[in-house]
Design a protein around this ligand. Sequence first.
Ligand SMILES: C[S@@+](CC[C@H](N)C(=O)[O-])C[C@H]1O[C@@H](n2cnc3c(N)ncnc32)[C@H](O)[C@@H]1O
Length: 312
Amino acid sequence: MTTSQPGPLAHLPVLYREVLDALNPHAKGRYLDGTLGAGGHAWGILDLSRPDGKLIGLDVDPEALEMATQRLDEFGPRAIILRASYGQIAEILGKEEWSALDGILLDLGASSMQFDRAQRGFSFNKMGPLDMRFDPDGVLNAEMLVNEWPEEDLANVIFRYGEEPRARHVARAIVQARPLENSVQLAEIVARGAKVRRGGMHPATRTFQALRIAVNAELETLQTALPQGIDALRSGGRLAVIAFHSLEDRIVKQFFRTESRDCICPPEQLQCTCDHKAAIKEITRRPIRPDESEIAANPRARSARLRVAEKL
Ligand SMILES: C[S@@+](CC[C@H](N)C(=O)[O-])C[C@H]1O[C@@H](n2cnc3c(N)ncnc32)[C@H](O)[C@@H]1O
């Protein structure tokens, strides 16, 4: 296996070897990376599928696409890089006249590059605008959420997407401090509402996660993408998804459980009436987690969970 990465990656992509083991890229294979980022996983897929495996890589962030384009340059036309959302897998594959894929990867959330760039507004300890959009042309940004949304809607978002027990206090603190102007100010205000530090976690962690999820409609996009991903695979093709928090992971887990069952009638029903047929088998009953050496090299990998399903 030649999987060493060229170029300026600060660390290997999360669960790199595990993703490649799961997708087992090979010559002539057709792959889709729905969250290209800096192209680290995509590089490994293209490397292992030499000489003629192909990959379509999607991202909504032009800065990520620029990095990935440079990284994947050596593969020439074997890499097709497009600015699009992984929520549009079916449409993209239709346009490219691709079907029966061998493998699909979704590595969800923000990249290290995005967290590290203060001007994207993802980080609570870097002075930046209230933005948090993956797609700079997206219609909603964090500024609109924190400065314009009604307190109750804001509290609901922070509670549902951040699982922040003090969501109502945080929303109240934000509304009272309006207008908020930047990420550091927001973090300070949120910390007042959230108060306690849980296990060393910054008190704004949950709220920043919640706002980012809402700004980018992350959970809705994931929900629409999963069935499209399964439809796009050939029999024996694999879908690998890396989630970074329990909300995402729960969606993937429940989808894989449902789609690997022949009947989804309620358990108390004696006769099946649903006509549901299993479409996949789960390769990972339990998610694969990074080992300690990976977490030591890349602390952001700590919360990653990889689930893999194979199309029947
Ligand atoms: C964790 S990073 C992926 C890193 C990548 N696997 C690598 O090896 O460099 C996630 C990427 O998904 C992108 N992204 C977020 N939402 C997206 C969407 N709806 N469609 C496509 N890409 C999206 C982000 O812009 C980010 O670049």
